[in-house]
Design a protein around this ligand. Structure first.
Ligand SMILES: *Cc1c(COP(=O)(O)O)cnc(C)c1O
Length: 370
């Protein structure tokens, strides 16, 4: 076995740092995936995730990255045009997936760092639709990992429902880091990936579909095969996956969810909120001391899992990230259009203010050039 470095150096906004015990769980020998030991593990993982997602519905355990669940959401969505709310690279990906699945798609964009403007969403739903049909579904990203903005998915789902549309939610950096109440908020389809706030290795997606979504998907002809939501729904009742699941990753998920459950969700959300508050105070202190950094999203709309920080002219993201790496910490450059002008710190998963603080010391040194 290789030596495990001490926990607390890896702050990428995905994949996130995975605890040694979770990595070690993956060396478990194989088991039959159509057998009682597997079914027991599957059921345990689903039960853990149901608490995280706030749902009584089955959680689909998918062997693919989160983008696979994004495509499932679109493929099984009700027939008709789709309204895609775009405020960054991942919400744009959602719109592209809709288009690539041959859906008539209207994109409603806001400036990077913003969250979707509710009046505009309302107006698009009232006046909108395409080809004489009203919108059948809205796509939205909860925590836009490219900008660090946190959208009000509850309000957007309410609006969508009011206008007869379903709401499809990418909560890849939301689920596990902030409260998501799938049932109470009426989310029609919501998903995450293993490698973000749940702090598992990459390679799994977790998704929940509402009963209403599944009911209409039953008669859809565009569901595809590998990502067929109805297949997942049917196998969920037997605590199995439709195709051979990534067993090693599920051993890791099983181990990690025990930790998530033991911590308790209220404590977990508060830990993430505390990391955001700590980073906000740090940005403010560094800024007022003369280094012109700032938050991209406005206060009150910032994700508790990822901070996207703007750099002053003359400081390049790659140079900062490289210097921080020399000091022993991994953070991210910006993403997409923001690649050079921002840095991103992923403060999620098993991190805490205690592990984040030394990382921010290193970032501050890099920013000050010492
Ligand atoms: C990471 C991420 C994705 C894509 O996840 P993959 O696992 O790479 O497919 C989608 N949406 C958001 C918001 C993300 O942060």
């Amino acid at each position: 076995m290789t030596m495990q470095p001490e926990f607390g150096t890896f702050f990428l906004p995905g994949p996130t740092e995975v605890r040694a015990a979770v990595l070690e769980a993956m060396v478990h020998p194989m088991i039959p995936h159509r057998g009682i030991a597997y079914e027991a593990m599957h059921a345990r993982i689903v039960a853990g995730l149901q608490r995280v997602f706030g749902t009584q519905r089955p959680v689909y355990l998918m062997t693919c990255s989160a983008s696979g669940a994004m495509e499932m959401a679109i493929r099984g969505a009700p027939e008709g045009p789709i309204l895609s709310l775009v405020n960054g690279a991942f919400s744009e990906r959602f719109a592209r997936v809709a288009q690539s699945c041959d859906r008539a798609t209207r994109v409603l964009s806001v400036p990077l760092g913003d969250t979707p403007h509710l009046e505009q969403v309302q107006e698009a739903l009232v006046n909108g639709g395409m080809h004489g049909k009203t919108f059948a579904a809205v796509t939205v990203v909860h925590s836009e990992t490219s900008t660090g903005a946190l959208s009000d998915i509850r309000a957007i789902t309410e609006l969508a429902h009011h206008h007869g549309a379903m709401c499809l939610v990418d909560s890849v950096t939301g689920v596990g880091g902030t409260s998501v109440e799938t049932d109470a908020w009426g989310l029609d389809f919501v998903f995450t990936g293993s490698q973000k706030a749940l702090a598992m290795p990459p390679g799994l997606a977790f998704a929940v579909a509402s009963e209403a979504y599944v009911l209409q998907a039953n008669v859809s002809t565009s569901r595809g095969r590998y990502l067929d939501v109805i297949e997942y729904e049917e196998f969920a009742h037997r605590s199995q996956a439709p195709t051979t699941p990534a067993l090693s990753l599920l051993f890791a998920a099983d181990t990690q969810l025990a930790t998530v459950g033991a911590e308790g969700l209220t404590v977990r959300w508060a830990r993430h909120a505390a990391m955001l508050a700590y980073t906000e105070a740090w940005v403010e202190r560094v800024r007022t001391s003369g280094v012109g950094i700032g938050y991209l999203p406005r206060a009150g709309e910032r994700s508790p899992t990822v901070s996207t920080i703007t750099l002053p002219d003359g400081l390049a993201a790659l140079a900062i990230v490289t210097r921080v790496a020399e000091l022993g910490f991994v953070i991210g450059t910006g993403y997409g259009a923001l690649r050079e002008s921002t840095i991103r710190i992923g403060h999620m998963g098993e991190h805490s203010v205690a592990t984040l603080a030394p990382c921010l010391v290193a970032v501050e040194r890099a920013l000050r050039g010492n």
